[in-house]
Design a binder for this molecule. Structure first.
Ligand code: ADP
Ligand code: MG
Ligand code: ZN
Length: 591
């Protein structure tokens, strides 16, 4: 019975998916067009916006998957205006809702917001709007906890539904339902009741999380399995992706950042992301001492000074903002020419979002990540306690570690897309050095050595961090922890890559311990290490290609106007004036 239901759902979704929903011949099409122009003052839709709008106006459940900044809000705001009744929008972040209500109010679209901290009067007005047949309110924003915990709200919503005035339920950031997403929120679980409670009310879920795993889970939790999924591409052809080996000392890191800002990105605007408040302050100070104009931005700053920093960056009196991920909301600067990650992101999803703030104007921009093994543990000791977070982090690490496969393809795979081989256009460090040959190393014997070091340490009652493990392997540090063999015949930095490779492949695992001040990550043998005794055991690792990247020469300018898949429009088509890239040169530096 279950499988029958499944196949019916599959059939349903296949036939739904074969309709494109992008047409202009629906009964509402004229209204949609005029509302877009006259009320939203927008000339044309971006890719898939019209499909999303038509499909939800047709009354079915749908999930809309688009990158951040692509314009998901319009997909429920416009239908809300076109049809009578109220659209309830569930969104996790109050600040985002406030922004939206403000912008709707400016367009003379009556909208309200209800959170657990709203003033009593406002709450009453909102609650009454649900009951009042004559209300002019078109959109009502609520937080999921409000919905889950307020009986009165639910009662009024049922009244609204009974009166036939509940037009649609939009669930923003809908991936928050799923534990497998990168941003699980327990209150989103309760939203599963909506599809049953409000029969015939279309649910529209919106997210920038595209993995099939999460989307399936979301459908299950919301009880809308097999619903239509409308997805726009995640490819950003104008972004150049690059990994740089991160030096061990902060001073050396500063030198890299200084050069990038002074020469490669001279006169351009950008963002430098790091993972702690202290790092953001230290880096900003360091760069200022080196004569650069940068601002600092993190969650511990007053809202007021945050706005000031943001403004100064906007008007270009700051070249860059050194920020934690707290800097994200409301960045609508189109000409961000570089996003540098001083520390890796918590997941590929986060990375895509953070780096995606570059090049919104469709001109060439660069996304540069400074990576070294030690940073994995800085991040893992912050995220390990949540379900699935380590896997997400390791996804990010795999991306940094893989220097032989097009970065864009790696991102495409992550988002379950296929952008095709030709699509990179040499816009990543791997593709811009196609001729550098790859080298593979065999890890069978190294696994045995590493395993023996860990066993020996355990006998000594000693725990090893990745650094200590590396020391012992390279015959450094306390003699008692070293192994009996020879040290590896490659550099320590390749050694770091090997340990990392074994970690993300499950041959090693992290083991977290707590002190009063911090969490320490130690390394233990992982489940896959059991197979190293098998006679047929083979494990190979491709070495990263190290490609030269001129920190001290201007980045290539945007000679061609890239077709921006995000805007779906190409202002002038491609100019063919391709300047020869002066930036990338093949150089193999596998010491
Ligand atoms: P998302 O939720 O997908 O991250 P938003 O809905 O916040 O994106 O929209 C991002 C920005 O794009 C907003 O400023 C919005 O007004 C603008 N926008 C949306 N659709 C269009 C369009 N078709 N043309 C121009 N701008 C648009
Ligand atoms: Mg949004
Ligand atoms: Zn590539």
């Amino acid at each position: 019975k279950v499988s029958l239901k499944k196949s019916i759902n599959k059939l349903k979704s296949d036939s739904l998916a074969s309709v494109d929903w992008g047409g202009n011949t629906y009964e509402w099409s004229e209204d949609v067009k005029s509302t877009l122009k006259n009320i939203f003052k927008i000339d044309s839709f971006r890719p898939k916006q019209l499909s999303a709008i038509n499909s939800t106006l047709s009354g079915q459940h749908a999930l809309v998957v688009m990158p951040t900044g692509a314009g998901k809000s319009l997909c429920y705001q416009l239908p809300a205006v076109v049809k009578p009744g109220i659209t309830v929008v569930i969104s996790p972040l109050v600040s985002l809702m406030e922004d939206q209500v403000r912008s709707l109010t400016n367009k003379n679209i009556p909208a309200m917001l209800m959170t657990s901290t709203s003033a009593k009067e406002d709450t009453n007005t909102a609650l009454n709007a649900l009951k009042d047949k004559n209300t002019n309110i078109k959109l009502l924003y609520v937080t999921p906890e409000r919905l889950a915990k307020s009986k009165r709200f639910m009662a009024n919503l049922q009244k609204c539904h009974a009166d036939g005035r509940l037009q649609r339920i939009a669930i923003d950031e809908v991936h928050c339902c799923s534990q497998w997403g990168h941003d699980f929120r327990p209150d989103y679980k309760y939203l599963g009741i909506l599809s049953n409670m409000f029969q015939n009310v279309p649910i529209l879920g919106l997210t920038a999380t595209a993995t099939a795993h999460v989307l399936n889970d979301v459908q299950k939790i919301l009880n809308i399995s097999g619903c239509l999924v409308i997805k726009s591409t995640f490819n950003r052809p104008n972004l150049y992706y690059k990994i740089i080996e991160k030096p061990t000392s902060q001073e050396d890191c500063l030198t890299i950042l200084e050069k990038l800002l002074k020469y490669r990105y001279k006169g351009e605007s950008g963002i430098i992301y790091t993972n702690s408040i202290k790092d953001s302050e230290d880096l900003a100070d360091g760069l200022r001492k080196r004569g650069l104009r940068v601002g600092c931005y993190h969650a511990n700053m007053e809202a007021n000074s945050r706005s000031k920093v943001h403004l100064k960056w906007h008007e270009k009196s700051f070249q860059a903002i050194v920020a934690t991920v707290a800097f994200g909301m409301g960045i609508d600067k189109p000409d961000v020419r570089f996003v540098i990650h001083h520390t890796i992101s918590k997941s590929m999803e986060n990375y895509y979002q953070e780096s995606g703030r570059a090049g919104r104007d469709s001109c060439r921009a660069e996304c540069v990540t400074l990576y070294r093994m030690q940073d994995i543990f800085k991040v893992s000791s912050m995220v390990f306690s949540s379900v699935g977070r380590l896997d997400h982090l390791y996804g990010m690490v795999k991306y940094c570690l893989n220097g032989t496969f097009c970065r864009r393809q790696q991102i495409a795979e992550h988002f379950d897309e296929d952008w095709g081989d030709a699509d990179c256009n040499k816009m990543c460090d791997v593709c811009s050095n196609p001729n550098t040959s790859c080298r593979e190393i065999s890890l069978e014997l190294h696994c045995k050595t590493i395993s023996s070091i860990l066993e020996n340490a355990e006998k000594q009652d000693t725990k090893l961090t990745a650094q200590k493990l590396l020391d012992a392997w390279f015959l450094k540090g306390p003699v008692i922890l070293r192994h009996k063999g020879k040290e590896p015949n490659f550099s320590r930095s390749i050694g770091e890559d090997v340990i990392t490779f074994l970690l993300v492949q499950g041959y090693l695992i992290e083991d977290f311990h707590f002190t009063a001040y911090s969490t320490i990550s130690y390394i233990k043998k992982g489940p896959n290490m059991d197979s190293i005794g098998d006679v047929n055991f083979v494990l190979k690792m491709e070495l990263r290609k190290f490609t030269e990247f001129h920190l001290d020469r201007p980045a290539p300018k945007d000679d061609e106007i890239v077709i921006n898949t995000m805007n779906g429009q190409c202002e002038q088509g491609k100019k063919t004036n391709k300047r020869k890239s002066t930036v990338e040169k093949n150089s193999k530096k596998t010491k």
